[in-house]
Design a protein around this ligand. Structure first.
Ligand SMILES: [Zn+2]
Ligand SMILES: [Zn+2]
Length: 334
């Protein structure tokens, strides 16, 4: 599958669909255009930066990445483990460096995504193609079904956490400061880097890279990869996404067992998953407890499947990919 060709083909679909229904989300289009322009300027500034600044920009990738994976995803969205207030405070700060909306808004959209995956109520419904699932969903107004689904779900547990409430109260200024200004201040105070060099490289360029790494979970890990745990679902096991999204690409397992703190079947020796390693380290330090796993449920299902196979029960048929489906909803015969 030629990915770039697919993306170009998908753009008109997104535009025509939403021009008729919700229309474009102009503030977000302007914001995303601005940060991408700043990131491009950051590429031009790379050669002006000291080695310390480049290293700092690189380190901010996992720092902000863990704020998404260990923080808002596995802790706040899925409650897959419990964390000490000191760790929740640290994860809120890391999450603010990632600046992907507040923890409250991210977790709300993500819970809706899991409950209504690949339907109209899914905020980044991958059946609308790679472009929509990756970035297009942010450029247009939310589908009314997404808004309705969000209103019908309970998110009161999120704001009961004082760190989540603090970040939401200061939105968007605190996350903007932590994402763009704080990295530049650290570089200029600690090793004398020019403020604007660090602003564009450690702030804007690093920020936009991590944005795309996270978006790959919604696009690439919903469209490309194996489906060993649930052949009927779109989410897939995608090693590339795991590399860029610090362990979040084992997405077929994750959608099957979203309560699993590891978000993957195996340990870190066979599946790249630094987010699991970090949670385990914090558990060893006494800052994490109550880690949930899906492995027992998977083993039970495996036993059932082996029995069904022995009894001649037919296997499930994989769901068709978006490009395999005709406009009428049937499967293309090419
Ligand atoms: Zn997903
Ligand atoms: Zn999830």
């Amino acid at each position: 599958m030629d990915l770039s060709r697919k993306m170009v083909e998908d753009i008109p679909k997104v535009i025509s669909h939403y021009w008729k229904t919700g229309g474009f989300n102009w503030p977000m289009i302007i914001y995303i255009s601005l940060v991408h322009s700043a990131a491009l300027y950051g590429v031009a500034k790379l050669s002006d930066c000291s080695r310390e600044t480049l290293l700092w920009a690189f380190i901010l990738w996992p720092i902000s990445g863990f704020g998404i994976t260990v923080g808002v995803h596995r802790l706040w969205s899925h409650r897959s483990y419990e964390a000490h207030p000191a760790l929740r405070c640290l994860l809120m700060l890391c999450n603010s460096v990632a600046n992907q909306g507040t923890i409250f808004h991210w977790a709300r959209d993500h819970r809706v995504h899991h409950k209504f995956s690949e339907t109209r109520a899914d905020p980044h419904n991958a059946t609308r193609g790679f472009f929509y699932a990756h970035i297009g969903w942010l450029l247009v107004q939310k589908d009314p079904e997404v808004v309705k689904a969000g209103r019908e779900m309970d998110f009161s547990d999120l704001l009961a956490d004082p760190f989540v409430a603090f970040q939401k109260k200061l939105d968007p200024w605190f996350t903007l400061y932590m994402s763009f200004v704080m990295p530049a201040q650290v570089a200029s105070y600690l090793w004398g880097e020019q403020f604007w060099n660090a602003f564009f490289v450690c702030g804007a360029l690093r920020y936009v890279c991590v944005l795309h790494f996270t978006w790959c979970v919604n696009s690439a890990a919903h469209l490309y990869g194996d489906h060993p745990y649930d052949v009927m679902s779109y989410p897939a096991e995608n090693p590339f996404v795991s590399w860029v999204a610090v362990g979040e690409g084992w997405h077929n397992w994750h959608h099957k067992y979203p309560f699993d703190y590891a978000a993957s079947e195996f340990g870190i020796s066979s599946q790249f998953n630094p987010s699991k390693l970090l949670i385990d380290i914090f558990a060893a330090l006494g800052l994490v407890w109550g880690r949930k796993r899906g492995t027992a449920a998977w083993q039970l299902g495996r036993t059932r499947r082996i029995r069904d196979k022995a009894n001649g029960v037919p296997l499930s048929v994989p769901a068709p990919r978006p490009w395999e489906v005709t406009a009428e909803g049937g499967k293309k015969m090419e």
